[in-house]
Design a protein around this ligand. Structure first.
Ligand code: DHK
Length: 144
């Protein structure tokens, strides 16, 4: 049975590779997507990015209704502010991996408290762009 993993990205991640490379590295979002598709093997990947909170909420609803097997989400700055994204994630019945390229706990205090983590099965932070492929493989382990 084919299964789909939804990989959702929040604001400013469209500029990955050009955005504060000393923090986020020089890998572009397109390169990240290719890495994820390579890591996914037989699983289908829905890979999306938005700068808008409501669009992220709508995509989580799509994952709920499909239903997707799992969600990997980097909510970016919405991690620390968005109750609507948290509320949507709480409706998803499958595993959720919260992903951050940087180690948010080593950064400024505004990045230390994720609103998303109570809804997450697991959290990955600080592995850089390679964390996305790690998240895909970890999601497959969770789904095994
Ligand atoms: C990405 C962002 O855009 C920031 O707002 C977060 C996260 C960190 C990341 O490390 O992927 O603080």
């Amino acid at each position: 049975m084919s299964r789909t993993i939804h990989l959702l990205n929040g604001p400013n991640l469209n500029r990955l590779g050009r955005r504060e490379p000393e923090i986020y590295g020089r890998t572009t979002l397109a390169e990240v997507e290719a890495m994820c598709r390579g890591a996914a093997g037989g699983d289908a990947i829905v890979f999306r990015q938005t700068n808008y909170e409501g669009q992220l909420v709508d995509w989580i609803h799509e994952a709920i209704d499909e239903p997707a097997a799992g969600i990997v989400i980097n909510p970016a700055g919405l991690t620390f502010t968005s109750i609507p994204v948290l509320d949507a994630l709480k409706m998803f019945p499958g595993p959720i991996i919260e992903l951050h390229i940087s180690n948010i706990h080593k950064r400024e205090a505004i990045y230390h408290r994720s609103l998303m983590s109570p809804a997450a099965t697991a959290v990955i932070a600080g592995l850089g762009a390679r964390g996305y492929a790690t998240a895909i493989r970890s999601m497959q382990d969770l789904l095994a």
